[in-house]
Design a protein around this ligand. Structure first.
Ligand code: C5P
Length: 317
């Protein structure tokens, strides 16, 4: 029975702008997504019984259909029934390193890894855009997680335009272990509070989303100018998450006062807050100082770095 081991990196949002409502009930977004080298390890293995099994070392991660990685395998089985009956079932083992429900796309990247792993197991030869299209039916962040790197994402977040990759900036992450924010709650609350400022006609909606391509943060990324990138970080969801979760607000404030921090922002719908830093040495110093400033054992801190890739296969047996 064949098996593949895949590395599934987390992402942060360097930019998240909510533009308006979409007919499908989602929001029209303009985002810039960035892979970081904090990653889960996923094993995908063919098994002789006709079933999908998920194992995970993290007690909070479900192993049933509510796990997006499970649903990714199920999607492959329904899309490619002949391959499913030829190769049998799939066993997925998730070695979790990315915090759960954190705004880091942990579930989405695991699902992306399952799509890539099953494509290899079943010798389907799917292209990257076919994998992304399948991923979009599972969740808005899944397509980005397939290729990773640095990209503009518009539409629901599934329309991707790659940018020249960044890998020279260090990222310090801070998350309270016991704090989780529901993405659906964050968007719903944003709609309740700010829908009066939404752009309504379709043409202006698309024009506004496309304006991100010529925006200042994209220019800074093209110039690989860390200081400017950090100055232009933006996340509309902070307007609803920070007032509701004061611990997140505190992290933003404390990060903002640390020497060496170029810029700080909440990632996605939170509650993870990140800080951009020029060197590993500075990143370690920021981590140490943050720990001193907030000596709470519930607070998890990570030093990571921007990375150029999404799902990678590390071994096959
Ligand atoms: O696509 P995904 O399942 O990750 O989205 C989670 C929730 O976030 C959705 O159910 C929706 O409420 C909200 N969302 C949104 N607009 C988007 C992406 C997500 O309103 N573009």
């Amino acid at each position: 029975m064949r098996s593949y081991t895949l590395i599934a990196p987390a992402k942060i949002n360097l930019y998240l702008e909510i533009i308006g409502d979409r007919p499908d009930g989602y929001h029209e977004l303009a985002m810039i997504l960035q892979s970081i080298d904090l990653a889960d390890k996923i094993d995908v293995r063919s098994i002789s019984v006709d079933t999908i099994r998920v194992h995970c070392n993290h007690p909070q991660v479900p192993t049933d259909k509510s796990n997006l990685a499970y649903r990714a395998a199920e999607l492959m089985a329904t899309q490619f029934p002949e391959a499913f009956s030829k190769y049998g079932g799939v066993e997925i083992t998730i070695n979790k390193h990315i915090p759960v429900a954190a705004g880091l796309a942990g579930g989405s990247t695991d699902a992306a890894a399952v799509l890539v792993g099953i494509d290899l197991l079943w010798k389907l030869g799917l292209t990257q855009s076919e994998l992304e299209e399948l991923g979009a039916t599972l969740g808005s962040d899944v397509p980005f997680c397939v290729a990773g790197g640095t990209a503009i994402a518009t539409g629901r977040g599934e329309q991707l335009s790659p940018l020249p990759v960044l890998d020279h900036i260090y990222v310090v992450l801070a998350k309270y272990r016991s704090l989780e924010v529901s993405t659906a709650w964050a968007y719903k609350t944003y709609r309740q509070q700010f829908s009066n400022s939404y752009i309504r006609d379709t043409e202006s909606l698309t024009a506004r989303a496309n304006a991100v391509h010529s925006g200042e943060i994209v220019k800074a990324i093209l110039d690989k100018n860390s200081t400017k990138i950090a100055q232009k970080l933006h996340n509309d969801l902070e307007h609803v998450v920070l007032p509701a979760y004061l611990q997140v607000l505190q992290l933003r404030e404390v990060f903002g006062t640390q020497e060496g921090v170029l810029g700080t922002m909440m990632s996605g719908s939170g509650p993870t807050v990140f800080a951009l830093v020029e060197s590993e040495q500075q990143a370690q110093a920021v981590k140490l100082n943050l720990r001193k400033a907030i000596p709470d054992e519930d607070l998890e801190l990570f030093v990571t770095r921007m990375t150029t890739h999404g799902i990678q296969v590390t071994s096959s047996v």
